[in-house]
Design a protein around this ligand. Structure first.
Ligand SMILES: [Zn+2]
Length: 553
């Protein structure tokens, strides 16, 4: 199952990451200590995680993780990320191994050097109360619940793992909990067994490799509902009992969302889709096939009004569409490094926008994208950093308007300039080439270049690897003599944006579109024109992420 989906390890990625690391090591002492942990000597292929929760769901009474590992370089060390739980033993072929467990690392020494290509099965026995990752808390009704919430690298607080998004693996959970609890996890429900002591063991299996931050279980006294409409994948909703009456309507955008992304991108990547309301640090967390939404989801006021299509808060439509879009982008095609996180968040943000465009209409989409642009403008007042941000020391800080809204705008601008046909063909090719694997920003550029036949290096260099957005000042002068002079100044700090700038010239007898192709931050063009303009407008169709002012006489 695993081998089928895994491409060979992209060595280019490892080399690239090392280059980044040494770049910072020598050039910037502030980053000297930072290492983004990437796959090096070994990689996990499959986790089987057996968890027995105590009756109060307040701790893991006992756990065993069986980790199938592929050795990539000769090594005697398997260095797992593992938090503060107590490690009882580590075994290989039933023989105990020596290990050290401290500072978030479980270093296991193999009895002999393992050669590249070797497959090993390590078994780690452990127990305790996780400090993070598996949130053991009451649900909104005060009933005990256990919900995984791992983004960005918090899964190692409850599963010994290689806790980096690129270390994707399949996962099987065997969760034993009191019989009155409902359990959900990634993937297919294989079976439920009643065991002694009033407990049940639930087995869920996710066959596709998923990023570790998407590996979850949810345990609680949920109301479990299934929509009556036909869906492209088995759908179920797990909500606190007091949310039972809201769930079917509240989640009603989900089925058309799955359909829309299936048509637009590719087949839904997983065995089922569970939508869960429970503990998460975020508004929604896109765990593969088992999304968790915040507990207040059905109680919140709708600042953005109600959806005209679904009659639920508009913000919930975009939230549901965003998290479901992640199943393709982020979960199935996963960012290679944290610097590439916009391939997850920018895509989810834009594809939620595409769903809005299709189901809520052009006006709602226009507002959604304008709101996104305002977020970017506000963020850039505080931080002038590129979307592809090499500073990933503080991972929560990379959840910002660059990775979300500006990333979405980059996709929107590419769609506008390449046209729907080439853009969506490129996106589908990109998805197909990297599904169940990882992708880099360069992989996206190459896929869109192949689909469009256009060279996108300078676009990516300016918009993704550099910071800011164009701030245009358009000054126009009517010279008489049937000639208009326009002076387009780019006032943003930093480099020129050489994107073509559409302008509309209005005169008493009509409108005319002209495209300026700036070659410098100060750009002058003479335009033949029969009569004096009444007004000029920059970027009338809103195809650029820009701010503009116009003056003229
Ligand atoms: Zn997201």
């Amino acid at each position: 199952m695993i081998e089928r989906d895994f491409p060979p390890l992209p060595l280019r990625l490892c080399a690239f990451a090392r280059v980044i690391f040494f770049f910072f090591l020598f050039l910037s002492p502030a980053f000297a200590a930072r290492v983004e942990r990437l796959i090096d000597n070994w990689r996990p292929e499959h986790y089987t995680v057996n968890l027995t929760l105590n009756d109060q769901l307040s701790e893991i009474a006992s756990a065993q993780a069986t980790i199938n590992i592929l050795i990539l370089k000769q090594t005697t060390l398997i260095d797992l990320d593992f938090g503060e739980l107590t490690t009882d033993k580590v075994t290989l072929n039933s023989k105990s191994l020596t290990f050290t467990h401290k500072d978030g690392k479980l270093d296991v020494t193999l009895p002999a050097p393992a050669k590249p290509g070797t497959r090993l099965t390590l078994v780690v026995d452990y127990h305790g109360k996780p400090k993070d990752g598996l949130i053991l808390t009451a649900d909104k009704d005060g009933k005990p619940a256990a919900i995984g919430d791992n983004w960005p690298n918090r899964v190692h607080h409850w599963i010994p793992s290689l806790d980096h998004p690129s270390a994707k693996a399949a996962v099987t959970f065997n969760v034993t909990a009191p019989a009155n609890q409902e359990v959900v996890a990634n993937g297919r429900l294989v079976h439920v067994e009643t065991t002694g002591n009033g407990q049940r063991t639930w087995t869920f299996s996710e066959g596709a490799p998923i990023p570790p931050y998407c590996m979850i279980i949810g345990v609680g006294q949920f109301a479990r509902l299934e929509p009556s409409e036909r869906a492209l994948t088995p759908m179920s909703y797990y909500v606190p009992l007091s949310d039972r009456e809201f769930a079917l309507k509240g989640f009603s955008p989900a089925i058309p969302t799955v359909e829309f992304f299936t048509k637009t991108v590719a087949q839904y990547p997983y065995e089922k889709l569970a939508l869960i309301v429970g503990a998460t640090r975020f508004g929604g967390m896109e765990n593969s096939s088992a999304i968790v939404f915040t507990s207040t989801m059905f109680n919140r006021n709708s600042q953005a009004g109600l959806s005209k299509t679904y009659g639920v808060p508009f913000n919930n439509v975009t939230l549901i569409a965003h998290e479901i879009a992640h199943q393709w982008f982020g979960d199935s095609v996963t960012e290679s490094t944290w610097s590439d996180v916009w391939l997850s968040e920018g895509f989810a943000t834009y594809f939620a926008g595409l769903f809005v465009q299709r189901y809520e209409g052009e006006e709602a989409f226009r507002k959604y994208m304008a709101g996104a642009a305002n977020n970017v403008f506000a963020y850039e007042k505080k931080a002038r950093t590129p979307i592809f941000d090499r500073d990933t020391e503080n991972l929560l800080a990379i959840l910002n308007a660059n990775s979300y809204q500006k990333g979405a705008w980059v996709l929107h601008m590419l769609r506008s300039s390449l046209g729907d046909d080439a853009f969506f063909r490129g996106i589908r090719n990109y998805y197909e080439a990297h599904k169940n694997a990882t992708a880099s920003t360069e992989d996206l550029r190459v896929a869109l270049e192949k689909a469009s036949g256009k060279d996108l290096r300078s676009f990516f260099a300016r918009w993704v690897y550099d910071s800011g957005h164009p701030q245009y000042e358009l000054q126009w002068y009517w010279l008489g003599q049937k000639e208009l002079r326009v002076v387009l100044t780019q006032t943003q700090p930093g480099n020129l944006f050489s994107d073509p700038v559409p302008i509309t010239i209005s005169t008493a007898s009509g409108k005319r579109e002209v495209v300026l192709k700036p070659t410098g931050k100060l750009f002058i063009e003479r335009i033949p024109l029969r009569e004096k303009p009444t007004s000029l407008e920059v970027d009338p169709q809103n195809v650029l992420l820009d701010e503009a002012t116009v003056k003229g006489s």
